[in-house]
Design a binder for this molecule. Structure first.
Ligand code: SAM
Length: 274
């Protein structure tokens, strides 16, 4: 009685792990986001385990019958269309219900677009925030980005081709165009592109079609750092430094803006030196 949460390829079928193949072949049933889509993966590996549909729309009602099966002794595997289930994909309810029913949940790790993109991005990977998809409505998107504006670690976004230009534009509006970023497109597939640059440069690349607006995208944006505190902050700090020592000016700027005190303090020292 176990639930296997199985990662599958994000494009290249050769990225399927030996363990994933074995588990999918051995379980009693595979709960799949899109059974038609997953049939071709299973066929490729000669796996004939029965599939049942388990997606966003039936996650609540679909979970309990699977729990009941596992409690009777069945082994169930959960897969999504691509990558790791539950990472911007269905499965949260099922995993929660399995834990509540004391069913063992066993991850079978493998591809996920966010880790692949981070690993190739050249941006800081020691700490990062996985944001996933931004809201499609402009006001909600900007509001979400505002909450991330002063986050000091790399930000990882998923994006669809018809929204990539708009999302990068909104990032520029909120973060400024000079933030370092990376677009990872169609990873592991024929037309893979990993492009680094400032947000301004990446938007120019998208608009000129140098970065093709087709396929699947991960966007990674570097977090706020001592070097990318914006010009407005420098002006504010310069005024405060006319009246206060660096530590007090930094503390007050932090109070006024909510941005990291350390970044202000270091910028204050730079301004003093100039
Ligand atoms: N569960 C998946 C994972 O572990 O990455 C993510 C599923 S989510 C519905 C699909 C999004 O993941 C795409 O819109 C894109 O942002 C990202 N993605 C998936 N495959 C990708 C690929 N091969 N290259 C770039 N991004 C990809």
């Amino acid at each position: 009685m176990s639930l296997y949460v199985v990662a599958t390829p994000i494009g290249n079928l050769l990225d399927m792990t030996q363990r994933a193949i074995q588990v999918l072949a051995d379980v009693d049933v595979i709960a799949a986001e899109d059974t038609r889509h997953s049939k071709s993966l299973l066929k490729h590996y000669g796996i004939s385990t029965p599939l049942i549909a388990f997606h966003d729309h039936n996650e609540r009602t679909g979970s309990q019958p699977l729990i009941a099966r596992m409690l009777k002794g069945d082994q169930v595997a959960l897969i999504s269309d691509a990558g790791t289930p539950l990472i911007s994909d269905p499965g949260y309810q099922l995993v929660r219900d399995a834990h509540a029913a004391a069913i063992q949940v066993i991850p079978i790790p493998g591809p996920t677009a966010m880790a692949a993109a981070l690993s190739a991005s050249g941006l800081a990977t020691d700490s990062f925030l996985f944001v996933g998809f931004l809201p499609s409505k402009l006001s909600a998107r900007v509001a979400k980005l505002q909450t991330l504006r002063y986050y000091p670690f790399s930000l990882v976004f998923y994006e669809a081709p018809h929204r990539i230009d708009k999302s990068v534009s909104s990032m520029i509006d909120v973060f400024g165009g000079q933030r370092k970023a990376c677009i990872a497109r169609e990873m592991t597939k024929t037309f893979e592109q990993i492009v680094n640059g400032t947000l301004d440069e990446l938007l120019a690349g998208l608009l000129s079609r140098e970065i093709v607006s087709k396929g699947e995208f991960v966007v990674i944006v570097s977090g706020v750092t001592d070097n990318n505190v914006e010009f407005d902050d420098r002006t504010l700090l310069t005024h405060l430094l006319a009246e206060l020592p660096p530590s007090k000016a930094a503390a007050l700027a932090h109070k006024l803006t909510g941005k990291p005190k350390k970044a202000f303090y270091e910028l204050a020292l730079v301004i003093k030196d100039e």
